[in-house]
Design a protein. Sequence first.
Lengths: 369, 340
Amino acid sequence: MAESDVFVPKPSLPPPSGSVGVAGWMRANLFAGPFNTALTLVALWLLVSGLVPLFDWAVLRGHFSGGDAQACRSGGACWLFVGERFRFFIYGFYPAGQVWRVNIVLAVTAAAIGALAWPRTPGKRFLVPAAIVGVPALTLALMHGGVFGLPVVATDQWSGLTLTLVLSVVGIVMALPFGIVLALGRRSKMMAVRTLCILFIEVWRGVPLISVLFMASVMLPLFLPEGVQFSKVLRAMIGIVMFESAYMAEVVRGGLQAIPRGQFEAAAALGLGYWRTMGLVVLPQALKLVIPGIVNTFIALFKDTTLVLIIGLFDVLATVHATIVDPAWPAIAIEGYLFAALVFWVFCFGMSRYSQALERKLHTGHKRN
Amino acid sequence: MKASHWVIGFGVLSAVAMAAAPASAGTLETVKSRGQLVCGVNTSLPGFSAPDEKGKWSGLDVDYCKALAAVVLGDPAKVKYVPLTAKERLTAVQTGEIDVLARNTTWTMSRDTSLGLNFVGVDYYDGQGFLVKKALGVKSAKELNGASVCVLAGTTTELNLADYFRANGMKYQSVVFDTGDQTLQGFNSDRCDVLTSDQSQLYGLRSKLPDPGKAVVLPEVISKEPLGPVVRQGDDAWFNVTRWTLFAWFNLEEAGVTGKNVGEMLKSTNPDVKRLLGVDSDLGAKMGVGNDFAVAIVKAVGNYGESFERNVGKGSPLQIARGQNALWTKGGLIYGPPVR
C-alpha cells in the first residue's frame, strides 16, 4: 500500500497579513471605518495632550528626595511633601512610640483577610468565626491599650489611614449581618418585626450620612446629661453602621426576592424550620446573587468614611487636608489629594477585583453571559 | 398596670441619667483631678493650631492651651487637643466636651451673651481683608463693585462681606467654600476675582499661590475680629484662671521676662516683676493655682511676644507684623491689667 492513498489535506493558507497580529487587531478595533478612525485619533490626541504634561509634571520635573520645602519652589510635583508627611497620613496623632501596635493590627487584619480570601486555606470553618471575633478584639486591645500593660491610646488619637481602615472594616463587618437581619425582618410575617424593620430602614436611608454624623457629633452631646460623653470615633462608628446596614438590608432584600418560591417550599417539604431554611437554602443563594450589590455598598462605605472630616475626625483625607495648608510649602494641594486618591483607589479596586473573583468561584450556572 | 410599667421604666432611666451626671464640680477641680486639660483647637490653621509631621500641635492658640496646662497642672504637655470644625466648636464648649476653646473664635456680643459662653480675652486682634489679583489693577476695596468673591462658609467673614458691600452700595457675587485651601484653589483657578478672609489667613494663603507676587492684599480692613479663648458661662473660678493666664502672658512680655532670662528675673528687685512671678505674693494661690503660675507659663511657651514671633511672626513662614497685636506700650492693643 502506498502511503499516497491516505488523504492528506493541504495546509490551509495563512490568513491575510492584515488581519492577524498587532496590525489586524488595530484594524479591527481602532480603525474600522472612518468614524472609528476619527474617534481613535481624537482619543489618542486627548491622551497625549493630557498625559504628557502630567508625566512631565509628576515625574520629569517632580521632586522625589533631598532638600526641604525650598527645593519645591521650582515647580513640578513636590513628592517630598508626601514623603515627609507620610507617617502623619498613615498614623495621624497616634503616639510615635506606639506605632508598632497599629502595624501589628494592620498586619494581622491583612493576614486574616488574605487567609479568608484564599480559596485553599485549610480549616476555614473555624477560621471565619475566629477572625470575626478575634480581629476586632485584638484591634481594640492593641490599639486602645489598657491591657497587657500597654499605655492607653484614646480613640481621639486614632487618625490617618488607620482611622479610615478601622471605621470601614468595622462598618463592613457589622453592616452585613445587621443588613441581613433587617432584610429578613422586612420580609417577616410578624407585623411588629416587619414594621420596625421598615421604619429603621426607611429612616436611616432617608437621611444623608453627613447629617447623621453631624447629629452624632453636635446634637447628641446636647441631649446627654452633663458630663456623660463617649468618644467621637465611637459615635461616628455607630452612625456609619446604622446608615450602611439600612442600605445593606435593601441589597440583601433584592437577593431574597430573586429566590423562587419553590426553594422555600422544597425546604419546608424537607422539614426545615425558618432559620434553617434561611441559613441553609435561601441566604446562600440570595447572597451569591447580590455580591456585586454588597461590594458596591462596601466600596461606597469605604469612601463615605471620609465624611467624618466634617466632625473634626482625622481620616486619611483629613490628614491631607490639615497638612496642605502648611505655609512653609508652596502649592502642594494637588500632590496631597493625588496621594489620597491613590490610597482610596488601591483599596476600592482591591475590593472590586476580589468580588469579581468570588463571583467566578461561586458561579453555578444561573448566570447569563 | 401597663402604664405603671412605663412609669417605672422611665424612672429607672432618669435615675441612671442622674447617676451618670457628676456632682457638678468646678472645671478647675475637674481638670486637676483628671490630670489633663481638654482644649478645643482648629483642625488646621497655620500659625494658630496645626499638626506637624509627627502629629504634634503647634501655634499661638496651642501655646495658650500649653500655658493654661502649665498653670493648672504644672506640665504643658498634659493637654488633650480636640480638633473642631467651625460649626461644632461652640457646642463643644456648651456641653463640656472641652474645658476651653482656643480656636481663633471672634468675640461678638451675641456669642458672649446668648450662647452661655464667656470670652476670656483677646489674644489676637484680627480683621477681615481682601486679596486681589494684581492684574485687575484694583487699589482699594471701594473699587470692587460687581466682583465675585471667594469666601469661607459659616463664618463671620461671610456676614461682614455682605455688610460691607451693602454699606457701600456695591454688588458682589459670593463663591462659597468649606475650607481655606478650597477658597485659595477657587481664587487661583479664577473662580473669583477677590478672596476675602481674616488678614492673618490672607498672608498665609498668598504664600501658597504658585506666584505670590501676582496677588496683593488691599489696605482696607473691613471688620473687627478680636480672637480669643472661650469657656463656659457660670464657672467663675475657671473663668478667672483662664483669664489671668492670658493676662499674665501679656504682662510677662511687658515686664521683659522671657523663657531664657526667667531664672535671673526671679532674683529681680523690681516689685512688679516680683509680684508677677510670685516671688513675694500669694496671688496665684488665691486663684486656686500655684503662686509661681506666671513662671510656669514663661517656662512652657515663653511670653506672649515670643510665642507670637515663633508662631505667626518673624520666626514663621507667615511673617505677620505685630501691628495691633503689639503691647499697648508700643502702640498696639495688647494690654494686661496689673497683677497685684
